[in-house]
Design a protein. Structure first.
Length: 277
């Protein structure tokens, strides 16, 4: 028995005792002293507020208990609704993430439309390192998935780099902007060829070498992989010309490129495995 029930029982017993005592007194008086009728009526009138007062705590306890039960029900319903709201929010987040991932994959696959006869494999970037002298990423595909050395890695906006290390489950990719990475390229506008290499700095850029001084190169020109030497498939975007300098070398232009692929936003890449039969 809880505290409220015990208190309620004591009040009811008190009411019963008072009622019984008054009943006995009135019966005796009524039997022996009929002339006390007026007094009896007066006494009942006088004591009626006492009955109300004695009964009031019990009524209050009943009201509080009823309200407590109602509050418990409301709290339970509120908790349930909050749980449902949280679940709906989680489901919405999952849906939005799936829709976003689908958009990313679709855009990424569209990056290889220029060379439809190349077989590609989707991979996720697991880590990225871009120091002054070393720029690379690690992807979640390896030899178990058919990845081999020297394969080209591309993003939705252009070439990313080349596979340089392979384990059964992962592969390391040297980025185009690495100072030890050399890529045969050509100008998309006129076919002028050169060799790009990364810059030994924290800047994410490249330079094009071995382009003759009298070459028709303009700021904004796009350079693509040329396919010379078979180290890269031909036709993938590499970078856009940001500056041209003819004062550093007597024979060749110094051309700076900004990679077309922004590595800061890249989450997935395609591995160009080779030509389809």
């Amino acid at each position: 028995m809880n505290k409220n029930e015990s208190k309620k029982l004591r009040i009811r017993l008190l009411k019963l005792f008072v009622s019984a005592l008054l009943s006995i007194i009135l019966i005796v008086l009524d039997t022996r002293f009929s002339y006390l009728d007026n007094f009896k009526k007066f006494t009942l009138t006088l004591l009626s507020p006492i009955y109300v007062i004695v009964d009031l705590p019990s009524q209050v306890i009943d009201w509080v208990n009823d309200k407590g039960a109602d509050n418990d029900t409301l709290i339970g319903e509120n908790d349930y609704l909050e749980g449902q709201l949280i679940e709906l929010k989680v489901r919405l987040q999952i849906y939005n993430n799936l829709a976003l991932e689908n958009q990313k994959v679709s855009r990424l696959l569209n990056s290889s439309y220029e060379i439809p006869n190349h077989d590609v494999l989707l991979a996720h970037i697991k880590s990225i390192s871009q120091s002054r002298l070393s720029k690379k990423i690690v992807i979640d595909k390896g030899s178990n998935d058919g990845v081999i050395l020297s394969q080209l890695i591309i993003g939705s906006d252009g070439a990313v780099g080349q596979v340089t290390q392979v384990t059964p489950m992962f592969a390391t990719v040297r980025l185009l902007t690495d100072p030890t990475q050399f890529i045969p390229v050509k100008n998309s506008r006129n076919g002028i060829r050169g060799i790009t290499k990364g810059m030994a700095s924290t800047k994410k850029g490249m330079i094009v070498e071995y382009v003759p001084l009298d070459s028709d190169i303009k700021v904004g020109d796009l350079f693509l992989t040329s396919g010379i030497g078979n180290s890269y498939p031909t036709g993938y975007l590499v970078g856009r010309v940001t500056s041209i300098d003819d004062s550093l070398d007597a024979s060749f232009l110094s051309i700076k490129l900004q990679p077309t692929q922004n590595m800061n936003k890249l989450e997935m890449v395609l591995i160009v495995k080779g030509k389809n039969d």
